[in-house]
Design a binder for this molecule. Structure first.
Ligand SMILES: CC(C)(COP(=O)(O)OP(=O)(O)OC[C@H]1O[C@@H](n2cnc3c(N)ncnc32)[C@H](O)[C@@H]1OP(=O)(O)O)[C@@H](O)C(=O)NCCC(=O)NCCS
Length: 181
């Protein structure tokens, strides 16, 4: 079985209300993360046809602050599928209603896993790529997966080999203070 990218496409638009603000008067990053997670779930579940869980998130870099009163739109679609996992790409924009200015705040990638009734990972339909954009996103997700695996292994090796006492000198020019060491 296969499904198109379009069949998972989801847009969520929400007004940023005062209760979403932090002490600086701007919207909490956590509010946006929560909205992104909802869109990721909707896209993944539409494609998989089952319950899905969030496994990891890549590329959460908020480039610009979001203000109270702005209209935030989150546009998501399935970019990639593995056997049981799916990657949902989500673009977030914020629009100032008075000026009409639109900011691209971030694009992030949620890896979701489809689960069956017994909470076990279950196979998802293949993804039908109908144009170059669909194919580019699928290839980019493959590359990110490859880089994440390589990074994880590299970091685990480095951590295993790291000896605290031998590396304390690296802290000399850092903005920290060693106490009783
Ligand atoms: C993610 C989870 C399903 C993996 O279970 P598992 O028994 O290790 O299953 P598998 O090893 O078969 O992995 C299943 C899929 O997840 C992918 N996966 C597992 N860990 C991953 C990670 N850290 N990042 C990206 N993908 C990951 C695997 O590559 C595999 O994908 P594929 O089938 O497309 O190749 C399991 O750890 C889980 O349920 N975690 C909790 C998720 C959750 O509850 N999220 C909400 C938090 S409140």
């Amino acid at each position: 079985m296969e499904k198109s990218v379009d069949s998972s496409r989801t847009t969520l638009t929400e007004l940023m209300i005062p209760s979403y603000a932090n002490f600086g008067g701007r919207v909490h990053g956590g509010i946006l993360l929560s909205l992104m997670d909802k869109v990721a779930y909707a896209c993944a579940a539409k494609h998989a046809g089952t319950y899905c869980v969030t496994v990891s998130v890549d590329g959460v870099n908020f480039r610009q602050p979001v203000e109270v009163g702005e209209l935030v739109s989150l546009m998501g679609s399935v970019n990639y599928v593995g056997r049981t996992s799916l990657v949902v790409g989500i673009k977030v924009i914020a629009e100032n209603i008075k000026t009409g200015v639109v900011k691209h705040t971030n694009t992030s990638y949620f890896t979701m896993v489809a689960k069956d009734e017994n909470e076990q990972p279950t196979e998802v339909p293949r993804l039908r790529l109908e144009n170059e954009e669909d194919a580019r996103r699928f290839l980019e997700a493959m590359k990110r997966r490859e880089l994440r695996t390589a990074y994880g292994e590299h970091f685990d090796n480095a951590r295993t080999r790291m000896h605290l006492r031998e590396n304390l000198h690296l802290l000399q020019n850092e903005r920290c203070v060693l106490v009783n060491m």
